[in-house]
Design a protein around this ligand. Structure first.
Ligand SMILES: C[S@@+](CC[C@H](N)C(=O)[O-])C[C@H]1O[C@@H](n2cnc3c(N)ncnc32)[C@H](O)[C@@H]1O
Length: 267
């Protein structure tokens, strides 16, 4: 496998020498589904990225952890003891998604933090992720989210995961979603995402730079009944010219493209 940026060769493996009974994660099944080698700890090389179970959760980490940081996994739940959903209605993302929205596709789901935020606001969310490895991490995050407290489980229950390229999956949706949300990777430099630096570095290594994001935006605009929302770093130009409106956060903004469904912009 090649990293899309540096073209450095690495391989992703599933490591069987971990506590896989505790987490309910089937590592043998995962290695078959993802067509990744199942290896023991002694067989790991310094070029490996390792899928394994750590404290009951599916994680990925580099065998060179000093270079890339510790394990990365999907966490869907309250942060710092406060629930996203109760914080959320006045935030720029909520304004960008809009009111009275019943279905949102998160077309670049990643580790699902934005999917969780959006679902916390009320709509059903279809989370699309094209990397099978990232989708496996998200699937495990959803599983654990459903086992948390009732409030978290209710939000996670509104999220369904579709693994595949959103450019192909979006046109198949019947009925079409009200909103499509896009948060592509952005070339390095002051990139602010829902994810912390370590997660972004790991995602970038695994999936590259999402350099086809403008094509995804075109497909999304043809499918969304009401609007498409694109998350951008504050310093970056819009993915397509002339967004209908932009909602600015501290370091990111949400560019809204109103689509054919409604003539007038409603927040
Ligand atoms: C910056 S991350 C998204 C982070 C996410 N918003 C979160 O809160 O965790 C971008 C993700 O979108 C995925 N992606 C990019 N283009 C895609 C496409 N056309 N279809 C599905 N997934 C895509 C990448 O594989 C990557 O995992």
């Amino acid at each position: 496998m090649l990293n899309g940026n540096s073209r450095t060769a690495f391989r992703v493996v599933v490591c069987r020498d971990h506590d896989h009974a505790a987490g309910g994660v089937d590592l043998v099944g995962l290695s078959k589904t993802l067509a990744l080698p199942l290896v023991g700890r002694a067989e790991l090389t310094e070029c490996d990225w390792v899928l394994c179970v750590n404290e009951g959760q599916l994680v990925i980490c580099a065998s060179q952890q000093d270079k890339y940081g510790g394990p990365v996994y999907a966490t869907l739940g309250p942060v710092g003891g406060r629930h996203f959903a109760t914080l959320y209605r006045h935030q720029p993302l909520a304004k960008a998604i809009g009111r009275s929205v019943t279905t949102v596709v998160d077309a670049t789901a990643g580790l699902g933090q934005d999917s969780f935020l959006i679902a916390g606001y009320g709509p059903r969310v279809i989370a699309m992720e094209r990397s099978p490895i990232v989708a496996a991490l998200l699937n495990d995050g959803l599983r654990r989210g459903r086992e948390q407290n009732a409030a978290t489980a209710r939000i996670v229950d509104r999220i369904s995961l579709q693994q595949g390229d959103a450019q192909s999956l979006l046109p198949l949706l019947q009925p079409p979603p009200d909103v499509v949300y896009i948060d592509p990777m952005f070339p390095p430099k002051r990139r602010k995402s829902a994810l912390a630096k370590k997660e972004i570095r790991t995602l970038r290594t695994l999936v590259g730079d999402d350099s086809d994001a403008h094509k995804l935006l075109q497909v999304a605009c043809a499918v969304a009944r009401r609007r498409v929302v694109v998350k951008r770093p504050d310093h970056a130009p819009p993915l397509a010219p002339n967004p209908t409106v932009s909602h600015k956060g501290k370091l990111v903004r949400y560019d809204v493209y109103v689509t054919k469904g409604i003539a007038k912009y409603h927040e």
